[in-house]
Ligand binder design. Structure first.
Ligand code: PBG
Length: 332
């Protein structure tokens, strides 16, 4: 007995630092800051499309009026960045409702910036919500998305977003060369201060399922594999990010989040620009569904999830949990 005790006394005892919450808080290595969270907002042009999204419990489609109210609630909670997605009333083959200076994102951005000038307004830039075929660009004769024709309309749309007061343009289409084209057009039009957050390593993912219901943007034929990345590829993600940084991206993004934390870490180690991660709709809905069934504790799962992104190296976290997280952790 005595011998055993003597031996144990020589042990290294990491558990000493886990004894109390005070001790654990003292030595905690990573923390989630509310200021690094971005809340996505879905905004409809037709008010009859507003309301709860069945596949994303707790998330709604907003009218411009309720989006502005929501921005006020978020700002009061300390969430100071929103990512806008527009759901237009009309769609066509070339996404013309997207570059309409009075389109839904343009109107919403103006309204939010007028009511809350300090709110950082990020606009997702893509065409899938605006095309009748649901693809992210113009379709060529072979049924592929035509890269350069799509970049042209992205540029046109980006300028209308900038004129509406958007602070950050976030292209999520995965066309080659779009960051450079958008940067040049913004600069030529006097919008040197408008930043670009590029969805650089965006994978073709099953985890976007609920979003496509929310944004009414499911492709009507085929899939997005000819432009979004192939899940097994990691080196290619570094190449995509390097190209976007080179083309002028201010912030680069990895998307989805949970299955791609290795990509977030690799990007953090390799590049010196801020790294964003998108905790996508499917990741959100899985947690909500399990919590609603009583299978997991939602609050603890979300805390663990978000600190996991920070630990992996993310600077910016786009998450549908932003508001709830801030409500639970904000200044008391
Ligand atoms: C637009 C876009 C998508 C998402 C963000 N921007 C959908 C897609 O690429 O199919 C997904 C977001 C989410 O799932 O939360 N292209």
């Amino acid at each position: 007995m005595t011998m055993i005790r003597t031996r144990l006394a020589q042990l290294l005892r990491p558990r000493r630092l886990r004894r109390t919450e005070t001790m654990r808080a003292l030595v905690r290595e990573h923390r989630v800051e509310i200021a690094q969270l971005v809340q996505p907002l879905f905004i409809v042009e037709n008010p009859s499309d507003a309301g709860p999204i069945t596949s994303m419990p707790g998330v709604s489609r907003h009218t411009i009026t309720t989006a502005v109210q929501e921005a006020g609630v978020l700002e009061a909670l300390g969430v100071r960045s929103v990512l806008l997605f527009g759901i237009p009333e009309t769609k066509d083959a070339v996404a013309s409702s997207n570059y309409d200076p009075n389109g839904i994102v343009q109107q919403a951005a103006r309204a939010i910036k007028t009511a809350f000038p300090h709110m950082l307004v990020v606009a997702d830039l893509c065409n899938c919500e605006y095309t009748d075929h649901g693809h992210c660009g113009i379709i060529d004769e072979q049924g592929y998305v035509d890269n350069d024709a799509t970049v042209e309309i992205l540029v046109r749309t980006a300028l209308t977003y900038a004129r509406a007061g958007v602070d950050v343009i976030a292209p999520s289409d995965m066309m080659d060369g779009r960051v450079k084209a958008i940067r040049e057009a913004l600069d030529a039009d006097g919008f040197e201060q408008v930043a670009i957050m590029a969805y650089s390593a965006k994978y073709a993912s099953a985890f976007y399922g609920p979003f496509r219901e929310a944004a009414d943007s499911a492709p009507q034929f085929g899939d997005r594999r000819s432009y979004q990345m192939d899940a097994p590829n990691a080196r290619e993600a570094m190449r995509e990010i390097a190209i976007d940084v080179d083309e002028g991206a201010d912030i680069v993004m990895v998307k989805p989040g949970m299955p791609y934390l290795d990509i977030v870490r690799a990007a953090r180690d390799r590049f010196d620009v801020p790294i964003a991660v998108y905790n996508v709709s499917g990741e959100y809905s899985m947690i909500k569904a399990a919590a609603r069934n009583g299978w997991i504790d939602e609050d603890r799962a979300v805390d663990e999830l978000l600190v996991g992104f920070v630990r992996a190296g993310a600077d910016v976290i786009i998450t549908y949990f932003a508001k709830d997280y801030a409500a639970r952790h904000g200044a008391q």
